[in-house]
Design a binder for this molecule. Structure first.
Ligand code: ATP
Length: 235
């Protein structure tokens, strides 16, 4: 579904992605692990067109999207939920959800999807008229994911969805991720919480200083000595 072939990205003169190759198949949850600064966020930003790769190729559903704009990439079916649950705080919860569908013109189905999302995440219905900024951190994360779903994405890019959340909410967010896969979603997931990510993922990649240093099934990575030592710690 998504293939990165030796992708290089820069911030100005800073060479951040140094030949990243990875792929995601339909229906998979693939996790991208790695230390701070390894280039995980930059990889997602490059896929979603916020940053243009300087070399290499990104293919989505057989099309080369490496030179498309972020808007065009959203229209192809890739939704990006950035780090730090950025919701529009002064807008209502319902307005945030509607904005997720900004690129769609099928207004009737947008309505139906809004109702469906509110059924799946009742808290968003209960708080529908409230400004999004008044939600708790966990609720804002759910809203950020739900807003991305309003675009009816074929592929969802999630950047550290559990960051800063209390353990109970972390579990809830991971349950949501598993639930999304059951409804057919395909997900590329960045997580600091490697153990939780490998539990829900089918496969994973480990990034180190701008490149992929390891890849494999989630089960293999969970038992890999290097992964255990660097990312799983004790327990
Ligand atoms: P983290 O988990 O800390 O976000 P990461 O693996 O996602 O880590 P990136 O955010 O992709 O790492 O950062 C990779 C490198 O690019 C780092 O050295 C970082 O300092 C640098 N970088 C990130 N964003 C920018 C930016 N907007 N301008 C310049 N350099 C940046």
């Amino acid at each position: 579904m998504l293939t990165l072939k030796s992708v290089h990205s820069y911030y100005g003169r800073l060479h951040v992605l140094k030949g990243v190759s990875l792929h995601v198949r339909p229906g998979e949850i693939v996790t991208l692990l790695g230390a701070n600064g390894a280039g995980k966020t930059t990889t997602l930003r490059t896929i979603s067109g916020l940053l243009r790769p300087r070399k290499g190729k990104i293919e989505f559903l057989g099309e080369d999207i490496s030179r498309l704009s972020a808007d065009q990439i959203v229209l192809r079916g890739i939704a990006h939920v950035p780090e730090g649950r950025r919701v529009f705080s002064s807008l209502s919860v319902a307005a945030n959800l509607e904005l997720g569908a900004f690129a769609r013109h099928d207004h009737k189905s947008v309505r139906a999807d809004l109702e469906d999302i509110q059924r799946r995440f009742p808290i968003l219905k209960e708080r529908s008229k409230q400004p999004a900024g008044t939600l708790s951190g966990g609720e804002q994360q759910i809203l950020a994911i739900a807003r991305a779903l309003m675009a009816r994405p074929k592929l969802l890019l999630l950047d550290e969805p559990s960051m800063g959340l209390a353990p109970r909410l972390v579990r809830h967010v991971f349950e949501i991720i598993v639930g999304l896969q059951k409804t057919g979603a395909t997900i590329l997931l960045i997580e600091q919480n490697a153990r939780a990510a490998l539990k829900v993922a089918d496969r994973g990649y480990v990034m180190e200083t701008g490149g992929i240093s390891l890849d494999g099934s989630a089960a293999d990575l969970m038992n890999h000595n290097e992964v255990k030592r660097a990312y799983l710690g004790k327990g």
